[in-house]
Design a protein around this ligand. Structure first.
Ligand code: GAL
Length: 349
């Protein structure tokens, strides 16, 4: 009986590994078929048949997108009968390291970790590996080399290049492709997230690359880190508009919370989005969806919190069922989706 269950689990797990990798685009070597599915049933006697204890570490509870994400994780895990404890790293890696150690001491069955610092991945991985805890990393992607040392480790996230490209496309889709004043170039300001994070790096790079690849000339008036926070977006854009005024044609924000802050400053400066300035974000927070639908944001990109939470739990269950991941094949991607005034209704609840 147990064996039949284990075999069924094995099959489900293989399916979910295959499905989970479907969104992967840029690494042909990483074909789903290379994932090593579960070890034979006999080697996984401890896989919990229902429930189990899960520790979830979030880098910072005040982050708007990660709040949606952690709520989705909690709901999915509890709906499946797991006991879940979610902790706030308060943007402090030392604090998160302690939280991970505490979870290990408590004997959790699996960990889901949103690292505070990508640069701390080596240490986090060494810790969970020493304890033998199956671990899903989320949201802040380590390098394949960092992950390769531990085969009970998988990353679930999105390919941030895709979101940057989509932001550029949102601008290219406007009537003047971002060149509002018709001087032959798109003059923009870039409000960056935490630059330690690949999401911030790639969105910054690929949003502009999409314009350049489409043959547009671009001019960066300013680039400032806003660390994903609304108040920073507001401050930065207020300063940039005071300094550069009408020269600013496009405001790229690496996420929606900063874009909402930016919008406040755009409106305070008497500017009108989609008429004399364009504004794009990423995440599809409810507030941003409202602004896209009201015409106060040019567009955003869905960062699918529920899809990623679902995939993270699927991969966690695969690990609990005994799956291991081979090196170079430890990232599972969920697709981003472009959100425009035309389709925004599909994303609003
Ligand atoms: C990004 C998201 C940001 C922020 C960041 C945290 O994917 O777009 O809003 O939550 O993750 O690492």
């Amino acid at each position: 009986m147990k064996k039949i269950f284990a075999l069924a689990l094995c099959a489900v797990m293989m399916l979910s590994v295959l499905a989970g990798c479907g969104g992967k685009q840029d690494a042909p070597a990483d074909t789903p078929a290379q994932n090593e599915p579960a070890a034979p049933a006999e080697t996984t006697p401890d896989a919990p048949e229902a429930g189990g204890t899960i520790g979830v570490c979030i880098y910072q509870f005040t982050d708007a997108f990660m709040t949606t994400y952690r709520n989705a994780l909690q709901e999915i895990l509890e709906g499946k009968g797991y006991k879940v404890t979610t902790v706030d790293g308060a943007n402090d890696q030392a604090k998160q390291n302690e939280q991970i150690n505490t979870f290990i001491t408590q004997g959790v069955d699996a960990l889901i970790i949103n690292p505070v610092m990508t640069s701390a991945a080596d240490q986090i991985i060494a810790t969970v590996q020493a304890a033998g805890i199956p671990t899903v990393l989320i949201n802040r992607e380590p390098t394949p080399e960092q992950m390769a040392v531990y085969d009970k480790l998988v990353y679930v996230g999105c390919d941030a290049r895709q979101s940057g490209t989509m932001q550029g496309e949102l601008i290219l889709d406007t009537p003047n492709k971002g060149d509002i004043n018709g001087d032959g170039k798109v003059s923009y300001i870039m409000v960056q997230g935490d630059p330690e994070n690949v999401d911030a790096q790639y969105r910054t790079e690929f949003s502009v690359k999409a314009l350049v690849d489409a043959g547009m000339e671009v001019e960066e008036l300013n680039l400032t880190r806003g660390d994903w926070m609304r108040e920073r977006g507001q401050e930065i854009v207020a300063n940039d508009l005071a300094q550069f005024g009408d020269q600013v044609e496009v405001v790229f924000c690496n996420n929606d919370d900063m874009a909402i802050g930016a919008l406040q400053s755009i409106q305070a400066a008497g500017r009108k989005v989609n008429e004399d300035i364009y504004l794009v974000g990423v995440d599809a927070l409810d507030a941003a969806l409202n602004e896209v639908s009201n015409g106060n944001m040019t567009g955003t990109v869905l960062n699918d919190a529920v899809g990623q939470a679902t995939a993270a739990v699927e991969q966690m269950e695969a690990l609990l069922g005994g799956a291991t991941f081979s090196s170079g094949n430890q990232s599972v991607y969920v697709d981003y989706v472009k959100v425009t005034p035309e389709n925004v209704g599909d994303f609003m609840s």
